[in-house]
Write a new protein. Structure first.
Length: 517
């Protein structure tokens, strides 16, 4: 009975907290409760379908169907909740002053009702399907009789609904001048918690690197299995032993969403909301792309321009698309932290992870990057810089160290910027091959809008210096890329590179997500 009670309480609490906060938000912005009811009904239908076809879904996804379903639902709901928080942050002061007239007029052209209904549907679908599967497992194990299970389920259901109802009643009794701030903050917490839970499922099935399986252990303070722990887990994805990826997802989404809200309050206009939506869409693409395969290294064009004091975190990804399984069955991720030490020198540390066919993610090694700007920007015909990188591979790989040098050249003409990287690579230490490899990277970028700049990029590896490989054996890629930067510090690059030789994968998707502090 106890196991059934805990399972039902947890799943019902998580779903009903989302429903309660969404209902409170809808009430304050004059959205009909019918949208919430429609979302709940849709979620129940989805949950039943997923539960009925759970075996088929799991079999079609190599036994990972439920985990992938949960991750997709949670990450989608997190981005939608983030959008809802940004929307409420934008309209909060207006609606507080003239709640009926302003809100009714705004909702006629707003997608907020549909967004709230979708969030509720996703929450109910995820928790409902998981609840049915858990109860089915308990029943199949024979640990509890039917009456005991029903009793535990009833108590758990009632307890979860009551806790969520108390939260809802507390929210609607708040003074109108405070209600938007509180609800917005709770929605941001929910979104960040959902993102953390979503990536935890991907880490569980080795589709994302853990970045440390247990960053801390607070089970002796607040156990996740306690009542308080269950409430915190439902509200903000609390985990007493989180992985590094969970912490990164929670902090990242929370900071980006809250920064967008704060920035909108200082300068309300239509662009921030659109920018936030674009950023959220790029993040969703990045997360979904990160479970796809690649053999290529992370593609990035380096500019010679250095900004003193700039602190930035970047996530880089490449994956290849090819009919050959050997080219289409591994993934590579890089996590980079940059700092502009002076107005001429930028340094960065990089962690490199790779997933090969039918294997889990593995740490590849540590990189130390340095960019030195040779001249003041605009002082010469070409802006120039030097890039030096040293790679120390994971000791278990038995690979040599790698030294890489790049000559960075850039020319800005009006809105057109051309950047070239001339690259030399050499292995060092034990097992090193005594040759130097030549490569290049090129980018032509049009500065159309701050948040959207179209570009064309080209990458290639020529082979050994003085003894280049035949053209058909060289690796060359080219294709369109879109990039942009938002006022809250978020930046992105996403593009598709076509293989130009038979030795190159037929296609490769590149993605770079950054956040500047």
């Amino acid at each position: 009975m106890l196991s059934t009670l805990i399972i039902v309480f947890r799943e019902v609490l998580e779903a009903m907290l989302v429903v309660g906060i969404a209902t409170a938000a809808a009430r304050e912005v004059n959205i009909s409760s019918r949208w919430i009811y429609a979302g709940m009904f849709t979620g129940l239908i989805i949950a039943l379908i997923v539960a009925l076809f759970a075996d088929l879904i799991a079999e079609s996804m190599q036994g990972m169907g439920q985990e992938l379903f949960n991750a997709t639902v949670l990450l989608s709901a997190a981005l939608l909740m983030s959008w809802t928080a940004i929307w409420m942050g934008k309209h909060g002061r207006e609606i507080s002053a003239r709640i009926k007239q302003v809100c009714q007029a705004d909702n006629d052209n707003s997608s907020a009702p549909m967004i709230l209904a979708t969030v509720v549907a996703l929450a109910v679908a995820r928790e409902g399907s998981e609840l049915v599967l858990f109860l089915h497992g308990v029943a199949a194990s024979g640990e509890a009789g039917t009456l005991t299970m029903l009793s535990g389920a009833a108590i758990g259901l009632l307890s979860g609904v009551m806790v969520a109802l108390v939260l809802y009643r507390s929210l609607i009794k708040l003074p109108i001048r405070h209600v938007f701030s509180v609800i917005t903050f709770l929605i941001v917490l929910l979104a960040a918690g959902m993102a953390s839970q979503g990536v935890s499922y991907l880490v569980m099935i080795d589709e994302l690197p853990a970045l440390g399986h247990s960053i801390w252990n607070t089970s002796h303070i607040i156990s996740e299995r306690s009542i308080v722990g269950q409430l915190l887990h439902a509200l903000m994805g609390y985990d007493d032993r989180p992985s590094g990826m969970q912490v990164l997802a929670f902090v990242g989404l929370f900071l980006v969403t809250w920064s967008a809200i704060r920035w909108q309050k200082k300068a309300p206009q239509k662009l921030p909301q659109k920018a936030a939506v674009i950023a959220a869409a790029v993040m969703l693409v990045g997360i979904s792309v990160s479970i796809l395969p690649t053999n290529a290294e992370a593609r990035k064009i380096y500019s010679p321009i250095v900004e003193q004091g700039e602190v930035e975190f970047e996530y880089l990804l490449d994956y290849a698309i090819d009919a050959d399984p050997a080219q289409n069955s591994s993934a590579r991720h890089q996590f980079e932290f940059e700092y502009g030490v002076t107005d001429r020198w930028m340094t960065a540390i990089v962690g490199d992870f790779r997933k090969r066919p039918n294997k889990t993610f593995a740490y590849q090694g540590f990189k130390w990057e340095n960019v030195y700007q040779l001249f003041e920007q605009g002082e010469r015909f070409l802006d120039a810089g030097a890039y030096v990188e040293y790679i120390v591979p994971e000791s278990s790989l038995n690979k040599p160290d790698l030294f890489e040098f790049k000559l960075l050249l850039e020319k800005e003409t009006g809105r057109l910027i051309n950047t070239a990287n001339i690259i030399l690579k050499k292995e060092l230490g034990a097992n090193a091959v005594n040759n130097t490899i030549a490569a290049y990277a090129w980018q032509t970028r049009w500065r159309w809008k701050r948040y959207l700049e179209p570009a064309f990029e080209m990458y290639g590896t020529l082979g050994e210096v003085g003894n280049t490989s035949p053209l058909v054996q060289q690796v060359h890629q080219a294709g369109p890329v879109f990039m942009g930067k938002f006022r809250n510090g978020m930046s992105y690059e996403i593009g598709y590179l076509f293989g130009l030789t038979t030795a190159t994968a037929q296609g490769s998707v590149k993605l770079v997500l950054g956040y500047e502090f």
